[in-house]
Design a binder for this molecule. Structure first.
Ligand SMILES: [Ca+2]
Length: 627
């Protein structure tokens, strides 16, 4: 019949006066089904975990569920992240580099520049949007940390919350960390109270597993044929390290030998497993020259500690280990459910961590991070009095920097640094129906931006050039699927740039250059930075700086870094944690410890005046923020 026929795109039916004489076409209105045999996708992303802590990688922290998945799949030894929470998570969301996502840093450290806004542009559609359009149910449980801080309020816009980013359901917390006993919870688009209390057995890790199972059951019951994609982000292993006492008790005495001894113990085990090659060397405990990094990131050698300090610090590692294992055991209930319901065989499970171990506990560790936030010095006597309560609802604890180095063995530094200690992280992939190899290690060089292309490849879904009417920015990464059944296949990735809080790095065909300019060091003078050079194909741990021997290689990589920086919105570099009006007030007020005055930048709000910084706070500078 006559009239406009463009109102409903792709309608292929026939319309006449009478419905009896007309032919409907439901395909113009309903979502298309997923390809036949499409897998489910379960992406588990731990927080703040070095490569050398978990049993799967040779560490002392028992991870029964991860071990089980690794035995049925693959363990990657050269997989990398951005070195920080929100940035890495943005790569998992969109498959683009973190600056392209506006997530140079955490949501709370946004600045008004394209790479730093903490607003993901519509040109970078999320994996959930793409998979939902392709026939998957899309689910998210746990940590978020990719919502701009101006949208955290109870009455704020929901435009950038998960339900507007392609997710059918969300249950978790919005910020970078939360109390695991008394979490600040949100479900879908609103904040809620926790369902029951610690004295009734509540812990967030347990709650998230229950909710994950419930979400998947809902999908199964609604449409048994429909595949689902779930992003599962426990609060572990971010501080506060909260765990049931019976899990902490399993580790009693296991860290009494101290963090240097742990490094010596774990490296041969990593070599034996093939995580790092034979001949890989340990890097120094405090590898950076004074003045190039934040003093709060220094490590106090174990033999310089008092007996009481050793006792306290060892206990802090025990609590961390209990937290990690307890959370893994809860994830085990989800894996059991998938097996019992016949879904595990065709579920692509990706189990990883978002950055290296956290050095945000300062050289002393803390029983209560809240002291740091308020510039109140930790006191060894007070902390010792709480030693038996660590991990309980009465504490808000974090281990000292020494354990961050130990759990990032054999590398330099930890979370926030673009050395391997910040960016090289665990990754296990299991997909029984899709991967023939069982219990093997892979050493191809990859990065968090490669996760989305890998998922799409396994799902048989093309990344659309236009999503919701917006032309899309190309994906930054490459699929890792070629490595699944070919341990010897050469790495298909050629280049990956790094930038975090002012520290720069670039890997290119087996070489890596890194600036000797610590994150949030406040050093400025970026053009004067010294670049170190490591031949990572032969020196996996970046133990030997060969910049003086290969000046041409350094120049080549510096130039390549700048090209990548311009293409990915990396400039302007920011090695401070405060910006905008806050920065102006801060600089006018205070010249010492320019890294220490961080608080959330709230676009348009003007913010509040930053606090004055005492020397006690300087030591705990990095504790002032919670990436
Ligand atoms: Ca993290």
């Amino acid at each position: 019949m006559a009239g406009r026929d463009g109102d409903v795109q792709n309608f292929a039916g026939t319309i006449n006066l009478d419905v009896r004489d007309s032919v409907p076409d439901w395909s113009a209105f309903t979502a298309k089904p997923a390809p036949p045999g499409a897998p489910n996708v379960l992406v588990i992303l731990y927080d703040d975990t070095g490569i050398a802590s978990w049993s799967t990688y040779g560490g002392r922290v028992s991870m029964p569920t991860l071990d089980r998945l690794a035995a049925s799949g693959l363990t990657y030894g050269q997989w990398h992240t951005t070195a920080l929470c929100s940035p890495t998570r943005s790569c998992f969301l969109t498959g683009r580099n973190h600056h392209l996502n506006g997530f140079a840093s955490i949501s709370e450290a946004a600045t008004g520049f394209p790479g730093y806004s903490s607003h993901i542009p519509p040109q970078n559609a999320t994996i959930a949007t793409v998979l939902r359009d392709a026939g998957w149910s899309t689910l998210w449980v746990g940590k978020n940390h990719n919502i701009p801080v101006d949208a955290w309020g109870a009455g704020s816009s929901r435009k950038e919350w998960p339900l507007a980013q392609g997710y059918d359901r969300f249950y978790g917390f919005i910020g970078g960390e939360c109390n695991q006993w008394f979490p600040s919870l949100a479900e879908d688009n609103h904040y809620i109270d926790q369902p029951y209390l610690p004295e009734e057995g509540y812990h967030l890790s347990k709650d998230l597993a229950d909710k994950a199972i419930a979400f998947i059951r809902d999908v199964n019951q609604t449409d048994p044929e429909k595949p689902w994609y779930m992003w599962y982000c426990p609060g572990a292993n971010h501080a506060p390290h909260h765990a049931p006492q019976d899990y902490i008790a399993k580790y009693k005495g296991m860290f009494d030998d101290g963090y240097e001894a742990y490094r010596e113990w774990v490296l041969p085990r990593m070599i034996e497993r093939g995580i790092v090659p034979e001949g890989t060397e340990l890097t120094p405990l405090n590898p950076m020259p004074p003045g190039t990094f934040v003093e709060a990131d220094a490590v106090r050698p174990w033999d310089s500690l008092s007996g009481d300090e050793k006792r306290l610090f060892a206990r802090m590692a025990e609590v961390f280990a209990g937290f990690s294992e307890y959370t893994d055991a809860q994830i085990g209930r989800v894996i059991d459910f998938l097996e019992e319901s016949g879904q595990l065989d065709n579920t692509l499970v990706i189990y990883a961590a978002d950055n290296g171990a956290s050095g945000e506990g300062s050289p002393q560790g803390s029983v209560n991070e809240g002291k740091f936030f308020n510039g109140y010095p930790d006191d060894i006597e007070e902390n010792l009095a709480m030693i038996d309560e660590l991990g309980s609802p009465n504490t808000y604890n974090h281990y000292p920097t020494g354990w961050a180095v130990a759990f990032s063995t054999p590398f330099r530094m930890f979370k926030r640094y673009t050395y391997q200690g910040g960016v090289c992280d665990p990754l296990v992939i299991s997909w029984p129906r899709g991967i023939r190899a069982r219990g093997e290690v892979r050493s191809q060089y990859h990065h968090a931006v490669d996760i989305v292309p890998t998922i799409l490849d396994c799902c048989g879904v093309e990344m659309s050039g236009v999503v919701n009417g917006v032309e899309q920015h190309p994906l930054s990464g490459v699929s890792m699927r070629y490595s699944f059944d070919d341990a010897a296949a050469p790495t298909t990735k050629e280049t990956q740039y790094y930038e975090m809080l002012g520290q720069r790095g670039i890997w290119h065909r087996g070489w890596k250059a890194v600036t000797e300019h610590g994150p949030i060091s406040g050093m400025s003078n970026f053009e004067k930075d010294r670049w170190q050079l490591f031949h990572t194909d032969e020196d996996r741990s970046e133990a030997h700086d060969v910049a003086d021997r290969y000046p041409d290689k350094v120049a080549e990589l510096k130039e390549l870094w700048m090209r990548e920086a311009k293409a990915n919105n990396v400039l302007p570099l920011n090695d401070m944690m405060i910006t905008g009006k806050d920065l102006q007030a801060f600089l006018a007020d205070l010249l010492t410890f320019p890294w220490a005055g961080f608080h959330a930048a709230r676009p348009g709000s003007g913010g509040q005046r930053p606090p004055r910084v005492s020397s006690a706070m300087a030591m705990s500078a990095s504790g002032l923020w919670n990436p």
